[in-house]
Design a protein around this ligand. Structure first.
Ligand code: AMP
Length: 443
């Protein structure tokens, strides 16, 4: 945690949402959602936003960053809440920009849930779907608008939405917006907003380009940081298996079966690889969804819904498509292919081990990916020792043979699994066994 030297207010004092000064209808919504205590980024950011400060927040998805900006925004817009039917009484007061449709949808879902008991309106607009329903919602008036940049500009261009009363701007996953080439769009959007406003910039990483963005878009911002720079989520167990490229499909199926992984997000580098892997897994009889940028929006949402409902066991995704996807208690991510950028590795494994829960990240590394692995290790400042692939445990025997006196062999046994799991616990962490190591002859 780091705060701008010239502004170092006492932080982390509040331990409950009520102590953060949020209004009772917001507290009620949080209670209904099962939020008990604020996460570190929420403790840090909420008082600062309520106090009116611009913020540069370094926080990954999974830290509770959405509530960290959405809750104080709702609190601040609250005095304007009204039940009038007139669109003029519901100008856009808060604009949240997100890089992907999935993230925009998710942020909007959260905003809706947090504002459930408030007479505030919100909507979400993103590309790839019909403009008309979005236009209708915008024309009716909304206080909180969540949008991807391109589609917002389309609506602004056709004068369906007016942004001259925006008091709050949030740039969510700003690093990804820059990666995706949204800077010109962001600049055009900024030109449509009042100069007098509060701006919050959230980003998983803070390199020079983000700092440059902050300098031009924010005023005297405070910096808050909850995850140490470039550090992979500490709650995630990271496992590396070295396998030949051609053996990866078998290895993946074996990992999923041996560890009895109920659900996992599986990453490939390219859309083509995602399609191919998804089809091959389906052929193997594993319920698999595919999500990437070339899929129609309706297909992406269907795959995501299927996954969220537990109908889909493996969701194969590319980095951009998976970015920001929030799936409660996702137990595992599997890197079928390592990403070219170590930052993407950190983002990927950040899909699991959320909000303090433990998670598992398995990487299948082919010889030609060794250099990528070395780059990741340097980036996260940690050695990722390769371990042999697990073997599928035989069905339980009716009589337990005594293992006493069994000579030492390369076939190591992991400690016995505990199946008395509590409901809240992520499944993977508890199903690490039944796993036995294979002889080290494995490449
Ligand atoms: P985010 O980082 O905003 O994507 O949030 C990650 C997940 O944590 C989401 O499922 C949120 O609903 C959940 N979450 C956020 N804040 C809290 C909290 N204070 N207590 C429990 N869950 C939370």
């Amino acid at each position: 945690m780091e705060i701008d030297e010239q502004n170092a207010p006492a932080l982390e004092v509040a331990t409950t949402f009520a102590e953060l000064g949020l209004a009772p209808p917001i507290l009620r919504a949080l209670e209904e959602m099962g939020y008990k205590t604020p996460t570190p980024i929420q403790k840090q950011a909420i008082p600062l936003v309520v106090a009116g400060r611009d913020l540069m927040a370094q926080a990954q998805t999974g830290t509770g960053k959405t509530a960290a900006f959405a809750l104080p925004l709702l609190q601040k817009i609250l005095p304007h809440a009204n039940t009038s039917a007139s669109p003029a009484r519901h100008p856009v007061r808060a604009l949240v920009l997100a890089p992907t449709r999935e993230l925009a949808l998710q942020v909007h879902e959260s905003v809706e849930a947090y504002s459930k008991h408030l007479p505030l309106r919100s909507t979400v607009v993103f590309g790839g779907v019909d403009m008309k329903p979005q236009e209708a919602a915008l024309k009716a008036g909304v206080e909180i608008l969540v949008a991807t940049p391109g589609r917002l500009l389309d609506h602004a261009g056709s004068k369906v939405v007016q942004l001259s009363q925006v008091q709050f701007l949030v740039l969510d996953e700003a690093d990804r917006m820059l990666d995706m080439g949204f800077l010109p769009d962001l600049k055009r959007i900024l030109d449509l907003l009042p100069k007098q406003r509060q701006t919050l910039l959230f980003s998983a990483t803070f390199d020079d380009s983000i700092v440059g963005l902050a300098r031009s878009f924010l005023q005297n911002p405070l910096k808050v940081e909850v995850a140490r720079k470039n550090t992979a989520a500490e709650t995630v167990e990271q496992v590396v298996h070295k396998v030949q490229e051609d053996d990866k499909l078998d290895a993946l199926v074996r990992v999923v079966k041996a560890r009895d992984i109920p659900q996992a997000l599986v990453f490939t580098r390219t859309k083509i690889a995602a399609d191919k892997l998804g089809r091959r897994l389906q052929k193997r009889g594993i319920a698999t969804g595919i999500i990437h940028g070339d899929k129609a929006q309706i297909e992406r949402l269907a795959a995501l819904d299927g996954f969220k409902q537990g109908k889909v066991r493996l969701l194969v995704a590319t980095d951009i498509a998976a970015r920001g996807i929030d799936i409660a208690e996702l137990p595992c991510v599997i890197n079928y292919e390592l990403p070219y950028s170590p930052e993407d590795y950190v983002h990927r494994i950040g899909r699991t081990g959320r909000a303090g829960a433990s998670g598992l990240a398995v990487s299948l590394v082919a010889p030609e990916e060794e250099r990528l692995l070395a780059g990741i290790e340097r980036f996260i400042k940690r050695d990722l020792q390769a371990v042999p692939l697990p073997v599928i445990a035989p069905p339980p025997m009716t009589q337990t043979p005594s293992l006493a006196g069994t000579p030492a062999s390369p076939v190591a046994r992991s400690p016995a699994p505990s199946f008395g799991r509590r409901r809240q616990e992520p499944v993977c962490a508890l199903l690490r066994p039944p796993v036995r190591a294979e002889p080290p002859s494995q490449p």
